[in-house]
Design a protein around this ligand. Sequence first.
Ligand code: ASP
Length: 314
Amino acid sequence: MHMKPVIVVHGGAWAIPDDLAESSKIGVKCAAMSGFSILANGGSSLQAVEAAVQILEDNIAFDAGHGAVLNADGDVELDAIIMDGKNLAVGSVSCIKNIANPVKFARTVMEQTPHIMLTGIGANKFAEKIKIEKIPTKELVTENAVKEWEQYQKYKQSVKGLFNTEKTHDTVGAVAIDSKSNVSCATSTGGITNKMVGRVGDSPLIGSGAYADNFTGAVSTTGHGESIMKVTLARQVLFNMEKGESPQIAADHSLEYMKNKVHGRGGLIVVSKSGEWAARFTTRRMAWASVENNILTYGLNPGENFQENVHFKL
Ligand code: ASP
């Protein structure tokens, strides 16, 4: 069967201040368009989600790669995951340093090691061995990230308190289905400002930050990592779809469950094996964009659904 390809990307949940609203919207639109151009040219969903997330990692409007937030020591520790729904192949990295595109590195872990996740020193050692280019920490750090970190230091905010505040920018992710009906997902993040050194959130964890299975669909999540992990949010959405719920209803029920059960908020994007998709969140904002049938759809505030015509030869 020849499936119509679809890509959906997100640039993270939370409040996203007004001065970053426009750049967040432009950022997700560009990433969705680039990812879709790969699908339109017959590329795989895995290639598309990797490319889209790399673009978001390179954009300082988002908390991933360049623009990542700082941990309690003022350092950058990055997490990422990528998963192929065709064979459940998955690669992830956590607490890595000095790497500009963690999603690309996660794909290397998937393809060149017998493992699923590499963390910290071991992961960086492997990166050196396979000659992944190192980038000095200061090149990943933005003025915004430093300002935010200084503010947290000044007011000694708890990590719990961080999620009630105006975060400046956030985690990124992508889900896609290609013309061969294969689904994939990827998520990448700098985590949360002032996190303890060594803290790993949901983003690189299979079933929490992302999951993809051709049997049902693909999901990428964002939001309060400690809550997302408790309810394994990405897999929960797919479980709900396996019970017969649409992607949108499954997403809403899963986010609602997380809110009621563990008082956690977040957002997610999902695409089903038949190409139905949804972008849903329980935070104040989430930047997201999708492309299908030569229509680019995007939003930031609840209920927003802007559309533009785009022109790809399919
Ligand atoms: N889920 C990410 C984390 O907890 C952060 C986020 O998406 O806002 O590391």
